[in-house]
Design a protein around this ligand. Sequence first.
Ligand code: TXA
Ligand code: MG
Length: 337
Amino acid sequence: MKTTIFKTDKQSLAEASALLQQGEVVAFPTETVYGLGADATNEAAVQKVFTAKGRPSDNPLIMTVADESQLDEFVVISEAAKTLMAAFWPGSLTIILPIKPGRVEMIVTGGLQTVAFRLPDNEAARQLIRVAGVPIVGPSANISGKPSPTTAQHVWHDMQGKIAGIVDDGPTTVGVESTVIDMSATTPTILRPGAVTQQQLQAVLGVRVVDATSTKSVASDVTPKAPGMKYRHYAPDKNVVMFDRLDALTLKEVLQKNDVVMAQDATIAAMAISQEKTWSLGESLETATEQLFAGLRYYDDEATVATIYVEKMSPIGIGKAFNNRLGKAAGNQEFNV
Ligand code: TXA
Ligand code: MG
């Protein structure tokens, strides 16, 4: 199949939307990572997304919309859910809601009585969906098990020849997938950490929000986790090891010829190792998160690289999401001194 690259002008987006209407798969930009779009109301189209990703069919897809009004047909929306939408949409929050029986394709929900919705903070994505006239499914546009794509080139690498098109809106700004919150249970529960934090969610809702991904959360509080969390995720083929910045100089001593380091600028400067062996995570938690998947993908394709050492971030704000994705990529391997 020929994969067409689309720009974000009106005409190009209209052509990409037409492909969606014809039941084809088109990758689209969001502020978090690129997604794989297909008409969520067309079973055959959604099947193509599972095939392109190589994704297990029991892992449900999220539905991506351009406007809140697109939800009414499919789900029951509580007052609390409306509060979240008003506060965080458009933005990096995916909200799980109870479905209206029979309204959502089984292939989208994986047979669950709930479905997840997201309204991304990306104008091209919203325009694409608006013109298509239907919600589109939107899993990350990587091959299942690989780091999510943060550029159109990453999507091309994984999906070229397998999907009809890619809308290129440049690099994404957040860099990790959205926060997933389950609003179908009695206690709002975070199933995946992202740019929208537990503190922000609690402040807006005015009630306790459980973080099912935190080791501190009590087992009995934990409603079934996002089915996707049980699969190996975000992982490159290379050996990935996390390290603490306090151990940077010790790490330098044991670094082998084919090892590389992804770290913040201050850490790289302190280690004083050659630039070809380092990937800058910039100076802030935000830049580190934006760069994480790009660095992992880059070194994964470098034949000579053996181990990728990646600096852990402070577990505050989006640092929690960074460490969560890094932990998955590293299979929780830590550099120990
Ligand atoms: O930022 C994002 O959310 C990106 C962009 C493209 O929008 N999308 C994304 O989708 O990360 P995906 O499918 O790769 O991850 C969605 C996660 C999966 O772990 C899935 O298992 C979980 O959400 N999920 C989806 N529907 C669910 C449901 N009804 N109940 C529990 N978990 C659900
Ligand atoms: Mg994914």
